[in-house]
Design a protein around this ligand. Sequence first.
Ligand code: FAD
Ligand code: SF4
Length: 489
Amino acid sequence: MPRRWLFADQLGPHFLDDRKQPVLLIESKAVFRRRVYHRQKAHLILSALRHRAAELGDQAIFLRAETYGQALSKVREPLEVCHPTSRRALEFVRRLDRVTVLPARGYATSLADFADWADGRRGALRMEPFYRFARERHGVLMAGGDPVGGRWSLDPEHREPPPKDGAPGVPAPPRPREDDIDAEVRADLDRWEREGIRFVGRDGPRHFPATAKEAKARLRHFLRHRLAAFGRYEDAMLAGDPWLAHSVLSAAFNLGLLDPMEAVRGAEQAYRTEGASLAGVEGFVRQIMGWRDYVWHMYWYFEPARRNRNELATRRSLPAWWNELDADVVDANCLSDVLTGVRDRGWADHLPRLMVLGNYALQRGWRPAELAEWFHTRFVDGYEWVMTGNVIGLSQYADLGRMTTKPYVAGGAYLNRMSDYCGGCRYDPRERLGENACPFTAGYWAFLSTNRPRIPANARLARTIKQLEGLSDLAAVVVQEKRRGNDPP
Ligand SMILES: Cc1cc2nc3c(=O)[nH]c(=O)nc-3n(C[C@H](O)[C@H](O)[C@H](O)COP(=O)(O)OP(=O)(O)OC[C@H]3O[C@@H](n4cnc5c(N)ncnc54)[C@H](O)[C@@H]3O)c2cc1C
Ligand code: SF4
């Protein structure tokens, strides 16, 4: 059986054909010189890779080298590798004569299935019809040819504001226990920093699974204790609780530790045999088979240049406080709390990413490609393939709506409804002008005013544009926000 080369995001058992298959694992130090990563992201990747090497023992050749090329020169036998997750890595492995590239693993649908579905379809390729296709293809939550419960999506049931008492009523995901491998990784990273490799963010206890066993344990805990509240609070944000009822499994999926279909089947079973609510289960399944796969396919299906789209023609670079995750200089409660979470954990949930971080960047006119690099390197689950869809398409509207019908931009009123941030903030979400003007509310109107000519006409925006036209102080708001510029709000 040929030796299977596993990249550091292909670490689970589903990347092997046989439990005894010979394996090659490579740890490249140059990867950490090329980009400035969050310290906890570097820790998680190295910890996961080294744990896999320890699990496999003699079955694996584990090489630590400066570059992949240097490591490969020490292995003479033919190799096979599953389709890597970035274009750069795919080109690299394709150039190597003795390496056979196999189809991708770790996603619900294959690239070929997606192409079959997408080729020849008219108009924008939206997530919703793809999700239906994927559910039918895999027979998930189906009753004959129909979706169970009669509806494909229970999305409207997922929009509840946070619970009034500030507690979603579910236990937090237990933190994995660190071991000697983590201690060794921490010591190595300290040494690398002294040698000049730069990281951002704070070091801290490992919050995310580094082994398949830890990932399965987190999935089990989620299905048993947290899934019930998942749908309800999917869009809510709480200052004191970064995890709410989310699965916190994205890093485990993206490291390849957990097969996404295992999570999907586990959730379906919870619905069919354990009485879990359909709203929560369908919502979770949609995140994985729908959004995650859709974003993956968007990356491969569309031209590479999509990563550099910038149809709103933004020109500002990310400011230093943002790049350095300096949450202490930010007064705006929502942004300060979310940025603190990124600094201290390398993670935030979907709504904080989309409606606090992405929304703020969009309002400020920051370059989408720089923001994509920021999300890629500052988040423990950040990978290049995730960025094109989530940052360029969804969050920054830089492709003028291939993924979404209107930009994800919102003012303080929305954030006030969906979070408990505004009560303790020095700004007022209702104000757009003056000392107390909420930077999100003012930024929202300034964004719409500036970008209106570029945003395609859209029925969903018609009421907002009417409101915009009725604002007597709009010019002053635009000037105020220009003055605020890139300063921390
Ligand atoms: C600006 C921006 C940047 C993002 N960057 C990343 C990223 O670097 N890596 C990443 O995995 N997700 C990213 N997401 C998607 C989403 O925010 C995270 O997957 C989610 O917050 C992870 O938390 P969770 O595991 O608790 O997710 P849950 O809410 O429990 O969802 C279950 C799973 O669904 C998958 N999923 C859901 N939505 C998406 C999506 N839009 N894209 C990809 N997978 C999805 C994830 O694997 C997640 O673990 C980004 C979203 C935005 C708006
Ligand atoms: S008032 Fe504005 S800045 Fe303050 S927490 Fe609310 S939305 Fe954020």
